[in-house]
Write a protein that binds this ligand. Structure first.
Ligand code: FRU
Length: 477
């Protein structure tokens, strides 16, 4: 399939960000500036060419629902010697007149190295983004300024140090970096700065018991005066709940009164590690606080080492992001995720199913809500993917191997299911249980032209057809 045709295939998304062409992974540089939302992401437009370089792509939106791709080229290309093997993940910090973008330059030296203790360079790079209506996506990107090199990190670090998350608090700038130490334990480095440019090591965040050998994509979440560390530990495949998947994404609460912006050592109890998403396809979430003060999360709907397909049948593009999810804190310290309310603007014709019923829609886009679940309930999509809640378990199960492309079944414990919401997009499904207390996300690759929904035990089940928020989005802005 040519790249030009890629966006006309039946699996093209209607309200999930997917790459204009080629490959997408982590969301990067999330921010809202002067009303406009910016989503950068890890991007390889030349994928599936071997060794396709990875840099940043860029989407913009006024409402988190209708997106425009800022061209098909890199927004940040890996075009300097300090990022020769990739302009890797990073964040945005809004400042007067624009934003600062911080990211990792990755370099793998040619040679016979383990690339853990030798052969890899990780620099932290700053790019100033200045609001400019004439620039692509309304942001003019400045020079690349290398702020930190391997020699600047503490001696106990391997070469794996990346994915800066930066924030400004009480007159100081803080950065956390994901790292792997020489004992193969994951941790976050904490750095402090007066100006966001010159940085000094200030501390660490570790788990009291090992939690993986490397922590990727650390993030800070602050809600109502409490903080959480979001983190992606690698090396988790043997945990009983891990489904054999190496890389996991979750969050850890900080004890009351503790802060990620701190000097010294902070230890967190890994028993508090809570997965963001119990489905098949979720990794590298990043949050930002928008101009209305909401904490909004987007994640890569994919995994680095999953063992199932995300581009079956030679699909010319790979992966997508989750919808933007508003994050709030429950009274018990759990973080709830709900699709941002703006998505409801895409709702069209409304249907209602009660008890047991079947519905066929012309397009594979729907917002399905069971606001009042009181007993066991089951919903089958195209007879191929079943969502079932019973006996304190939510199951997401593929009944048709081709539609699952290697995915089988995922389960999440959930006492007392009271509500269920399912967003169905062309090749993505997100299941929100109990108002976002438990979420399960998966890609799926339906084979039928129409979407069939079969409900059992629904009381009632409301279904909205969903519009196409991505129409025209790949035309250049
Ligand atoms: C996570 C990750 C990051 C890295 C990026 C490279 O998926 O491995 O740690 O910065 O992807 O694309």
């Amino acid at each position: 399939m040519t790249n030009a045709a890629a966006h006309h295939d039946p699996w093209r998304m209607g309200f999930h960000i997917m790459p204009p062409t080629g490959w997408l992974n982590d969301p990067n540089g999330l921010c809202q500036l002067g009303g406009t939302y910016h989503v950068f992401f890890q991007y390889s437009p030349d994928w599936p060419a071997p060794h396709a370089p990875r840099g940043w792509g860029h989407f913009v939106s006024d409402d988190l629902t209708h997106w425009r791709a800022v061209g098909r080229d890199f927004a940040i290309a890996p075009d300097t010697p300090d990022e020769a093997s990739g302009a890797y993940s990073g964040c945005a910090v809004p400042v007067e007149g624009g934003a600062r973008l911080y990211y990792t330059g990755n370099v793998k030296e040619p040679g016979d190295f383990d690339y853990i203790t030798a052969g890899r360079r990780a620099t932290q790079i700053l790019v100033e983004a200045t609001a400019d209506p004439t620039a692509p996506g309304g942001l003019a990107l400045g020079e690349k300024d290398v702020l930190l090199r391997n020699a600047d990190y503490p001696d106990f670090c391997t070469c794996h140090v990346r994915d800066p998350k930066v924030w400004h608090e009480d007159g100081a700038w803080w950065m956390i970096l994901g790292a792997r130490d020489l004992d193969d334990h994951g941790l976050a480095l904490v750095l402090r700065s007066e100006d966001g440019v010159a940085w000094a090591n200030a501390g660490t965040v570790r788990a009291t018991e090992p939690l993986g050998y490397m922590w990727e994509c650390p993030d800070r979440i602050e809600l109502g005066g409490r903080e959480w560390l979001s983190v992606c530990p690698q090396g988790m495949q043997d945990r009983p709940w891990a489904n054999g998947i190496r890389d996991q994404a979750g969050y850890l609460p900080l004890p009351a009164g503790e802060k990620l912006g701190h000097a010294g050592e902070l230890y967190l109890d890994p028993a508090g590690f809570c997965r963001w998403d119990c489905g098949f396809d979720f990794y590298a979430p990043q949050t930002f606080v928008d101009e209305s003060g909401r904490t909004v999360l987007l994640a890569w709907m994919g995994l680095p080492d999953a063992g199932f397909e995300s581009a079956p049948d030679g699909l010319g593009w790979c992966h997508c992001l989750t919808v933007p999810r508003e994050v709030t804190a429950g009274a018990d310290g759990a973080l709830l995720q709900r699709p941002v309310s703006e998505l409801e603007a895409l709702r069209g014709a409304r249907h209602e199913l009660a008890g047991d019923g079947t519905l066929a829609l012309a397009e594979h886009r729907a917002d399905v809500l069971l606001p009042n679940v009181t007993g066991p309930v089951e919903l089958a999509l195209d007879g191929a993917l079943r969502v079932a809640c019973a006996d304190g378990l939510v199951r997401l199960e593929f009944l048709d191997e081709r539609v699952g492309a290697g995915r089988t079944v995922r389960k999440a414990a959930c006492d007392g299911v009271s509500s269920l919401r399912i967003l169905v997009d062309s090749s993505a499904v997100e299941v929100y249980v109990n108002d976002g207390r438990v979420v399960l996300s998966t890609r799926w690759f339906p084979r039928s032209p129409a979407l069939t929904l079969e409900a059992r035990g629904a009381s009632p089940c409301l279904v909205w057809e969903m519009g196409d928020g991505m129409k025209g989005c790949y035309e250049l802005v």
